[in-house]
Design a protein around this ligand. Sequence first.
Ligand code: FES
Ligand code: FE2
Length: 386
Amino acid sequence: MTRDEENSLITELLGLDARNEKFLDEKVTHSPVMRYNCSDRFAQEMTALFRSKPVAAAQSAELSEANAFLSRSVSGLPVLLTRDAKGKAHVFLNVCRHRGAKLVREETGCKQRFSCPYHAWTWSNQGDLVAVPQEQQGFPDLDRSQYGLKELPVLEAHGFIWVIADPNATNVEEIQQSLAPLSDDLSWLELADHRIAAEETFEISANWKTLIEGGIEAYHFRVAHRKTIGPYFPENLSSYQMLGGNMRSVLPRITLFELRDKPQEEWRLREHANIIYSVLPGTQLLVQQDHVVWVHCEPLAVNRTRVRLATLVPNSMPQTDEMQKHWVRNQAITSTTLTEDFELGEEIQQGFASGANTHLTFGRFEGALDRFNQVLEEAMKVTEEA
Ligand code: FES
Ligand SMILES: [Fe+2]
């Protein structure tokens, strides 16, 4: 983000506050409840969004050493992430090519070769099949080149290992194109120079979109978060901008108003606002003063979502016990606040079945929610047509 952009975002919010206005979309909109509770719709979203669009599978520092590996689930697929001896990151399906066993059971470690726990077929960390016990008798004509691990398109950029979770996808450029409009902002955050200082994973009985929607409006802050962060934020003030198919939301804290008395050269948005990047579909980056929270949403079912919260901190900050306590405290504040949203999300999900609403209603200052849904609709249409 350039200094000019920072200043104009701040000026816009100060102006809205001075005029006692909100950042308004044109009209009130509605979102059909079936978007959040229909299993067919969920299956379409998994195919057209979570397995077609870039997902941040790991933060680069989680896989920093040569020959490091991680196994985890991405968009419902079991994957194995490796970094080969040359430093290149790979993401494979964590599935044996012989008879389908889960190749790697450990969550993390350092290995050059992976041997299947069933019959010990073995692959290199570049995905090549390198050993087959009793091959000559059992598989006399085996063409090993046809039995490499299934690899997903990967791009390592801005401190994350991005993948398209579709074994038939080949186009790495698609990841680049999706991220390009965010590139200036992500460079500004210098996330390639960050590491995870604290993290937690939650499983929530709510649709994934309800959880994202809860993070991109400030209308609820003073009400739902009155006991936690609410008092630090003005009444219902926020703005949003689209960066390609991704969204940047700016949720100012009340300290923003102090900038009125200061020269523009001293204005720093990050010191006075939460900035949230929603990299659609499931990655959100919540930018705070001295750290960034990576919120990773992985839908498990139409009414169930796994959320991983990771506090990303700059490598330049001292790695002392004192600082670590500070990061753990911050992680606790984030998770306490988001737990308030998660509880609401679970209650909303329960309410869907009651039939009270056929549609949800988004006010003009909740325009980001409609825009978010429109972007998803567009992406799903495009994938269906392709
Ligand atoms: S299933 Fe993996 S070696 Fe047989
Ligand atoms: Fe919230």
